[in-house]
Ligand binder design. Structure first.
Ligand code: ATP
Ligand code: MG
Length: 387
């Protein structure tokens, strides 16, 4: 787009939203233009819901493409009433595993696959790792189904946004959980199984149940996932018309609390309220006895105190409030592209460092994510003892 008025006209027409609203949204930063060295086209993203489009919606003017943002999934705190009111007595549900990585929407522009983050940014790191993992499979699926977007969880230890190891994806992995038409319609469970034929992996499905069965089955599945240290489930209408629900495990809550309290002054407040509330409702609904309650309480308490205590020890020994994530790049070129992206997105609080360069051109690196508030507060408390 040559200038802002041209962008206003174009976006207004493409999104079907009045010009003055688009103009205002651009001015306020609700719609933002992105032009980095990768991709080689400019795009616009919505940082909030706007004009009937979800946050994270991405517009590529050169290709008249609108990729809608992935909608928020509501959380069940009490399974039984949530299942009954959402899906109705006598209704049916599909229970899928909720994997813990980051949400990517995969789409095609001129024969190439791109990966958009939840916020509507095209991430060079995710894009190139996905292309390596299953670029051909995705391309052939998207070629046969041109007006669709594949929604998937990008997981693994080498995930810059949520670094968590999965036995089935030690470094990185991609698991499809939805397919969506560009007009916003989600494919039914039966329809989306088509991705299997292309060699794409889907998240695990625990089966289809009646609501009555699900009330019994989901807690059983959750307990099993809990023992394996996995995150939880997403419960979906088989026709994918009613919006889904998510429900998570005790071990996921505990793990997140411990991590959040490593960066207590940045994340502690938000995490402690949300996760303890989930724990309280889960213990209540499962009618836990004293012994079970004791164990749950000890896990939660320990995660909070120990998370902070270990972080303080590391900082006393000279470390910062920094999370380090190992990343591998296919080449120096991709490394540079991601370096630029990280700088653009974080303004410099996150930095990349090269660890080694292999003979085949692959670059091992580490992403350092600094939690500035925690670092400053803890430093000052170390010196003066008061907050
Ligand atoms: P939300 O705004 O949807 O609540 P959030 O950032 O709080 O998102 P989560 O609590 O992780 O995210 O839950 C929703 C996310 O779960 C989805 O955006 C998606 O990335 C992820 N996910 C993992 N497995 C599935 C699945 N089987 N079906 C749908 N989403 C899944
Ligand atoms: Mg998640």
């Amino acid at each position: 787009m040559r200038d802002r008025e041209e962008a206003v006209n174009y976006l207004s027409e493409l999104l079907g939203v009045e010009e003055w609203k688009v103009r205002e949204a651009l001015k306020r930063g609700t719609i933002r233009r992105v032009k980095l060295s990768f991709p080689d086209f400019e795009y616009y993203r919505l940082v909030r819901d706007f004009g009937g489009y979800e946050r994270g919606t991405l517009v590529v003017p050169e290709h008249d493409l609108v990729v809608r943002g992935f909608p928020k999934i509501e959380r069940a705190l009490l399974l039984e009433p949530a299942l009954r009111t959402r899906f109705g007595d006598g209704g049916r549900v599909v229970v899928e595993e909720k994997m813990n990585g980051h949400n990517v929407r995969l789409f095609e522009v001129e024969g190439e696959v791109y990966a958009a983050t939840r916020g509507g940014l095209i991430c060079p790191y995710t894009t190139h790792r996905v292309r390596e993992l299953c670029g051909e499979e995705l391309r052939s699926f998207l070629e046969d189904h041109p007006d669709t977007v594949v929604c998937a969880e990008f997981v693994g230890r080498e995930n810059p946004y949520v670094s968590k190891e999965y036995p089935e994806a030690p470094d990185v992995g991609l698991f499809v959980f939805d397919v969506r038409d560009l007009d916003g319609r989600f494919w039914s469970f039966e329809e989306k199984r088509a991705v299997d034929e292309y060699g794409l992996e889907r998240v695990r499905c625990f089966g289809e149940f009646s609501v009555e069965e699900a009330v019994e089955e989901v807690p059983r599945i959750i307990r099993e996932l809990d023992r394996e240290g996995r995150e939880g489930v997403v419960i979906k209408d088989p026709g994918r018309e009613k919006p889904p629900l998510k429900y998570t495990t005790h071990s996921a809550h505990v793990e997140e609390l411990e991590w959040a309290f490593t960066f207590a002054f940045d994340l502690g407040r938000d995490f402690v309220l949300t996760r303890t509330i989930r724990e309280g409702f889960q213990s209540f609904e499962w009618e836990e006895d004293e012994e079970e309650l004791e164990r749950r309480a000890a896990d939660v308490g320990r995660a909070i105190v120990e998370g902070l205590r270990r972080a303080l020890e590391r900082m006393r020994d000279g470390g910062g409030a920094v999370e380090e994530v190992p990343l591998t790049f296919a080449s120096m070129r991709w490394y540079r592209r991601y370096e630029e992206f990280v700088k653009h997105v974080t303004g410099g609080t996150h930095t990349l460092e090269i660890v080694s360069e292999d003979d085949d051109g692959r670059v091992k690196a580490v992403l350092k994510k600094r939690y500035v508030r925690t670092e400053d507060k803890v430093k000052s408390i170390f010196e003066e003892g008061v907050l």
